[in-house]
Ligand binder design. Structure first.
Ligand code: ADP
Length: 478
């Protein structure tokens, strides 16, 4: 597992390779388009302009040749002479059967022979023809149109043009595009390498931090500049590590406090049992007394472990089946259970409960909360003192108050009494059989039902604990 997660990612699978390849593929596609589309579009434009110009030149010739006398070598030669230099590579004029009557390149020897050209045959069939191609940096275009007079085909005019000038222009454009493409490709490659390096470097930084924290160094934080998603990820990671560190510290402190709390009664039990065992002449009354003490310490141990188990259960259970619980009956049950204890230490319990107040919780949890608070108010009270429990609705909330006329809590300890194992007066808590966990249980239980609990100093003396829950109807609606 260890080696698997820390393994080096193979080059071909790395994020960096994927990033660079994607980037380059995109750039290659763009460059391919850049190098083909403009050239093809320009070619098409040139073809179109050639078609227009060759057809119009051939039309001029065809109109000049058309007449009632038909076409002969002489009259064609005369007309072509009048028309002068056409600037074309070659001009052919044929009779209706395709025999050449005029050839601008006389040296070819085509005069009097059949013009075996597709364009000519097609033109003699009555169609205007045009073909053009672009090879070796030049445009070679051919056009043929019929010579007609009063719906009679007298022959055909065939023109041929070889244009290297426009071809060179296109070659120039192609070369420029190629140069631009090479520059773009080089810049893109360099940029993709730089960006991917920066990206993977930051990811590696994060990965390194995660590994360090995983090894148990919870105070490690990752420093990342910028405001992008990776910086946000680093921020979230640091926040997570903060929590982890706090949780770990709390856990350590809890384990050490718990062991300490368990150690004390265990040491007492050991000491007392050793005293009984090692002392041969111990009188039965002392043995009785020691065994009684052992029993007390064992009961203490039991209370601590029970409280610890309750806290562990509260930590572990995220989902509880809650139900609407009416506050007053639960408070009366608590009073009923604690009345003997209160009477024994001369404390009077007064209940002032609004009926019909429902909260969403479990009966046991609400009982536990009120029991712990009222029991504390009795334990930390003075003889002749009083404990008041009130419950009332305020808006959409239920406010339960447990207040006493007891020893009170010093200002500086108010915020800490809910901490695990925290006691203001250790000796008093011990003497009263306290574990230092009662209020932690109260706080965790209240919180899991969406409530809050607060400790306050009471004027002129004593303490007040205020629990607030969202009010809920009997049917369960909040
Ligand atoms: P314990 O088992 O020691 O009572 P708790 O968690 O219930 O532990 O309470 C923590 C500490 O808060 C107590 O040790 C006590 O010092 C103080 N405390 C709690 N309730 C009261 C109260 N009603 N009046 C005065 N001090 C109190």
């Amino acid at each position: 597992m260890e080696s698997k997660t820390t393994q080096k990612v193979p080059f071909w699978r790395s994020l960096r390779t994927k990033y660079v390849l994607t980037y380059l593929t995109l750039i290659a596609a763009v460059l391919l388009l850049l190098n083909t589309y403009p050239v093809l579009a320009s070619q098409k434009m040139v073809f179109q302009s050639k078609q227009t110009s060759l057809w119009s030149q051939a039309s001029v010739m065809s109109s000049a040749l058309a007449g009632p006398d038909g076409l002969t070598q002489e009259n064609v030669a005369r007309v072509m002479e009048v028309l002068g230099d056409t600037g074309l590579s070659r001009v052919l004029v044929t009779d209706p059967s395709g025999v050449v009557l005029y050839d601008s390149s006389a040296a070819s020897g085509a005069l009097g022979r059949y013009a075996l050209l597709y364009e000519v045959t097609s033109a003699l069939g009555g169609r205007d023809e045009f073909t053009s191609d672009y090879t070796n940096g030049a445009f070679h275009s051919r056009a043929a149109i019929p010579v007609t007079y009063r719906d009679m085909t007298l022959g055909a005019v065939y023109v041929d043009e070889y244009d290297a000038e426009q071809g060179q222009l296109l070659v120039g454009i192609q070369q420029t595009l190629r140069t631009i493409s090479i520059v773009i490709a080089a810049v893109s490659l360099a940029m993709s390498l730089v960006f991917s390096r920066a990206l993977t470097h930051r990811i590696a930084q994060l990965l390194g931090a995660i590994r360090i924290v995983r090894e148990g160094q919870y105070n490690h934080r990752v420093q990342m500049r910028g405001r992008d998603e990776l910086s946000q990820l680093a921020g979230e990671f640091n926040a997570l590590t903060d929590r982890l560190q706090t949780t770990e510290e709390v856990r350590r402190r809890f384990v050490s406090d718990a062991s300490h709390e368990l150690k004390t009664p265990l040491a007492s039990i050991r000491l007392l049992s050793d005293s009984i065992l090692q002392n041969d002449h111990i009188d039965p009354e002392t043995v009785q007394e020691f065994v009684g003490d052992i029993g007390d310490e064992a009961a203490r141990l039991q209370r601590i472990t029970e409280h610890l188990l309750t806290l562990t259960r509260l930590d572990a259970e995220t989902q509880v089946r809650t139900e609407p619980v009416e506050v007053a009956p639960v408070a009366r049950r608590v009073e009923h259970m604690l009345e003997p204890l209160a009477r024994a230490v001369d404390i009077s319990l007064c209940l002032n409960l609004e009926e019909g107040l429902w909260v969403r919780a479990t009966r046991d949890d609400l009982y536990q909360i009120l029991f712990n608070l009222v029991e504390n108010s009795i334990k930390y009270n003075l003889p002749g003192g009083q404990v008041d429990v009130t419950a009332k609705a305020m808006g959409d909330r239920v406010i339960i108050t447990v207040e006493d006329t007891g020893v009170g809590i010093p200002e500086e300890d108010i915020g800490k009494v809910f901490d695990r194992f925290y006691r203001v007066d250790k000796a008093r808590s011990r003497a009263a059989g306290g574990t230092g966990l009662g209020l932690s249980i109260v706080r965790d239980t209240v919180r899991r039902h969406g409530g809050t609990v607060q400790a306050q100093r009471r004027n002129p003396e004593g303490s007040r604990f205020v629990v607030i829950f969202p009010l809920c109807g009997e049917g369960g609606e909040q």
